[in-house]
Ligand binder design. Structure first.
Ligand code: SF4
Length: 239
């Protein structure tokens, strides 16, 4: 499989993305509580709310929860479950997400409170959080990257699709394979920024349907346009 790595380094790609895409923290659910509240547990809540929905819905749900219930573990544990569910309804799957948020609040309080998220070794934080039903590897990867600066590439649907189009991983590769391939391509540096730039790329040019390759800042180095035109040509030949 042709790969973008044969034509450009991760650093060059990152630079091209930085030049042509706008990353505004207000568009990313995980960054809002970090900037506005500075609380790691609030960041965790926002990431849970962003599961299986877009950031806009997650941000709406987060703001409702913050104003109606609060976003400290103690606020969550003292609130009626229905109030949490009602507040986060705009993010979808609100019953499962309420369970995950309540489970996370319990786990954090048992671990010594919110400060434990900032002081325990990242792998210990990972173990605690992945023990909560409804919190998986991606949620913890985003959390550790955003709050602790751990260099790990969190893979969402945009990153999965782009890694395949770039020829870095098979289309249905596992989360771990895609995460490792992207981290290695970007040389293990600035992975949080790279993650957000890939989301921006996936929203503007590299969309799931009809990617805008002819306008994309990576059209010269990305193998996908020529791969697609070849397969279209072969289909034409067969037809
Ligand atoms: S839009 Fe096209 S050229 Fe740009 S990264 Fe996606 S597949 Fe590659």
């Amino acid at each position: 499989m042709q790969s973008i790595a044969d034509r450009a380094t991760g650093a060059r790609v990152l630079e091209a993305l930085r030049r042509s895409l706008r990353v505004d923290w207000r568009d990313y659910a995980a960054l809002i509580p970090l900037r506005e509240d500075g609380s790691p547990f609030a960041v965790l809540i926002a990431i849970i709310l962003s599961q299986n929905t877009n950031d806009k819905n997650a941000i709406t749900a987060y703001r409702r929860l913050r104003s109606r219930v609060g976003v400290r573990p103690e606020d969550i544990l003292s609130a009626p479950r229905e109030a949490i569910e009602e507040a986060i309804r705009p993010s979808g799957m609100y019953r499962q997400k309420a369970s995950a948020i309540i489970g996370a609040a319990k786990a954090v309080v048992e671990a010594g409170g919110e400060r434990a998220l900032e002081t325990l070794p990242p792998e210990e934080v990972r173990r605690i959080l992945e023990g909560v039903k409804g919190i998986g590897r991606k949620t913890v990867d985003v959390f550790l990257n955003v709050t602790r600066g751990v260099e790990v590439f969190a893979v969402d649907t945009h990153a999965q699709r782009i890694a395949w189009r770039w020829g870095l991983a098979p289309r249905k590769a596992s989360y771990e394979k895609v995460s490792t391939a992207l981290a290695s391509f970007f040389n293990g540096q600035d992975l949080g920024e790279a993650h957000r730039l890939l989301i921006a790329l996936g929203r503007t040019y590299c969309t799931a349907r009809r990617p805008r390759c002819s306008e994309c800042p990576l059209r010269e180095v990305c193998p996908y346009p020529s791969r697609e035109s070849q397969s279209a040509g072969q289909a034409g030949d067969r037809g």
